[in-house]
Design a protein around this ligand. Sequence first.
Ligand SMILES: Cc1cc2nc3c(=O)[nH]c(=O)nc-3n(C[C@H](O)[C@H](O)[C@H](O)COP(=O)(O)OP(=O)(O)OC[C@H]3O[C@@H](n4cnc5c(N)ncnc54)[C@H](O)[C@@H]3O)c2cc1C
Length: 544
Amino acid sequence: MTPVETIATDVVVVGSGAAALTAALAARKGKAHVVLLEKSPFVGGTTAMSGGLVWVPNNRHMRDEGQADSFDEAFRYIRRLTGGRRSDADVRTVIEAGPTMIDFLEASTEIRFETLDKPDYHPEFDGAKACGRCLVPLPLVGSLLGDWFDRLRPASGFGVPLSWRELDQMNGVFHPERFDLALMEERSEAGFVGMGRALAGWLLKACVDGGVDIRLETRAQALLTEPSGVAGVEAVTSAGATLRVMATRGTILAGGGFEWNEDLVSQFVAGPVSHPLSCPTNEGDTLTMGRAIGADLANMWDLWRFPTAAIPGEEYGGKPLSRMVAGERSLPGTMMVNHNAKRFVNEAHPYADVGRVFMTWDPVESAYENYPAWSIFDRDFRETYSVLSLMPGDDDPAWLTRADSLDELARTLDIDPQTLTGTVARFNLMVDEGHDRDFRRGDSLFDRYYADFGREPSPTLGRIQRPPFYALTVYPGAIGSSGGLLTDGHGRVRHVDGTTIPNLFAAGDAAASCFGPAYGGPGGPLAHGMTVGYLAGSTTAGTD
Ligand SMILES: Cc1cc2nc3c(=O)[nH]c(=O)nc-3n(C[C@H](O)[C@H](O)[C@H](O)COP(=O)(O)OP(=O)(O)OC[C@H]3O[C@@H](n4cnc5c(N)ncnc54)[C@H](O)[C@@H]3O)c2cc1C
């Protein structure tokens, strides 16, 4: 028989990403005793692997910089993007609490945020802003975490020891030669940690300093219930022992998304999603725990989608590593085509929306029309920009399809050569005209910002003309889940019978976004998860 230990606490939090850590801090604010369970050996989840951007409309920092914003503008903007799928009351709660959550963290921890000059994802929509809503934490010096630093989840791609402002100033994301390598080395030696690791690191430090009882390698597996509601969590330790955490004031599920659980993805998600980029331990455990006691679900058809590519053999956490496809689809001199050898989307548009185009169904072929897809580019592109981890000047690797003509490229990809040649010719014509008549790429401020900003005449449109030609296979990926347990804006989990399950909360990717399918701007998922986590933690502590 496996040994059983039972411990008593006020609040138990499952998971250790930004939603969980913020929830724990908010509960501690009300002097609640908090136990936090994390199944992996590392704290931080996908949060630590992320860019650490947090999208909070109407935040104090933008006001301090003289940038106008208001609740009403944010509400109109988000409401349009939700497509009527979530209640106005929940949308309202989360938008209102976002700035309060940021103020709470800055008042009660050492984390400090600054604004970034990044536009909302639909900057031309009513209520959107061209900058100011996107916040990011200042970098952290790892040694501040003491022994816990070794327990901060390693990055998978966003591992640059710089602040986002420095990175943006260098304009080096797609131009690696512009990186200030000396500064980066200096920062590395000083132990600087930036982006998502900084966000998770600062929150972790505050939890450790604040006395949250953190248990690593402890996997929650079931909710404990009493007639009055949820009474805590049963977990299993890496040694195989059972741990029962009895929580009198609340159980907060924040175990991240379900995108690594193939069964759940195929059961619920619309369209193909083959390449998750998130923390591989996010297997929807907390979703399953909630379902087991009758919790309702929402938005399960969607994920936080992201076009993705993979380099064979690369792994992270024992699972295949996928990489974001961003510049490879939006910089001048590249375009995406489907198996009909045709363009199918404004490639420079926000990743979550581009990701959704993989769902398009071809009724004649009875197949997904845009899956698989390829980014097509030429020698000029290859000599100018990075492609995944490949730098200009590196030898061409086997995973990148290369051919001396478009005709040969098409034959290698098994798509129609004549159509591909025609698609490229039309694209080049529109580049010369300075306007993408087919998909309006470059029309939105957003299309221009995340491209080669500053480049003339267009930061996103450029000819594809000089052999050799290349094709990078692009897959539908996900950076997290926007569907999950149905909650209200305070994270209170709803039963399928329409009642609220007493003492049970969910936040972050474990819960369905109160904004439904809306992805308002850079940092949407983290900000939403942290805000609902903050409200859930405050509710358990009675300080909401
Ligand atoms: C490369 C990349 C960049 C991104 N950049 C951004 C960005 O800049 N801004 C933004 O808003 N979003 C970004 N995202 C998405 C964002 O990071 C996630 O949506 C977010 O981190 C989810 O946070 P969370 O707190 O819900 O869960 P996570 O941070 O994923 O943490 C969940 C944790 O729960 C643990 N867990 C799971 N099951 C159990 C269990 N049974 N028991 C105990 N623990 C469990 C997991 O091990 C994990 O540590 C990015 C994602 C990726 C992959």
